[in-house]
Design a protein around this ligand. Sequence first.
Ligand SMILES: [Fe+2]
Length: 184
Amino acid sequence: MDWSDSSTAKSMASGTHSAVNEDTNDKSYWSHDNTEGMAKVTETLNMLLADVFTLYFKTKNFHWHMSGPHFRDYHRLLDEQAEQLFASTDVIAERVRKMGGRTLSSVQHIVRLTRLSGNEADFVAPSQMLAELRSDNERLAGFMRDTHFVCGGVDDVASMSVLENWIDEAERRVWFLLECGRKA
Ligand SMILES: [Fe+2]
């Protein structure tokens, strides 16, 4: 096949990926002109951001209210996990801004968008805390996979790349919570 005259070859040579799609009117490329695609990614990233904030706060809640013979270990573990979650929030929000979208602007906005729940009980047993967080982190990893799929639809490889790391981190949190929650 002679690629020398194709739009693909020209766009690869010029480094303009969007040129690949001009022939087909394909809306699968990352560009501010692709308003529909950008809006879809913005929506899904903002939902994910709301989920991460919710799980961050729940992890802190359980960190603060931990009790029992494993207090020190669990208290520390949940602090580490909360820090990991919090570290991703700024990156998610700024991915949205880089796409020209608006991101979350209030706690109320988080509450409207989140798919996860907090826990306001006066007392939660340590084993229940670990089980709840494990389940929430598993769900979060699933939401991240969904988000990754949507980002792939507009060739948003930068979001996909960070999401891949966050999925690994979420699965690590699940692993630790699972092992800590096993009955001796
Ligand atoms: Fe603390």
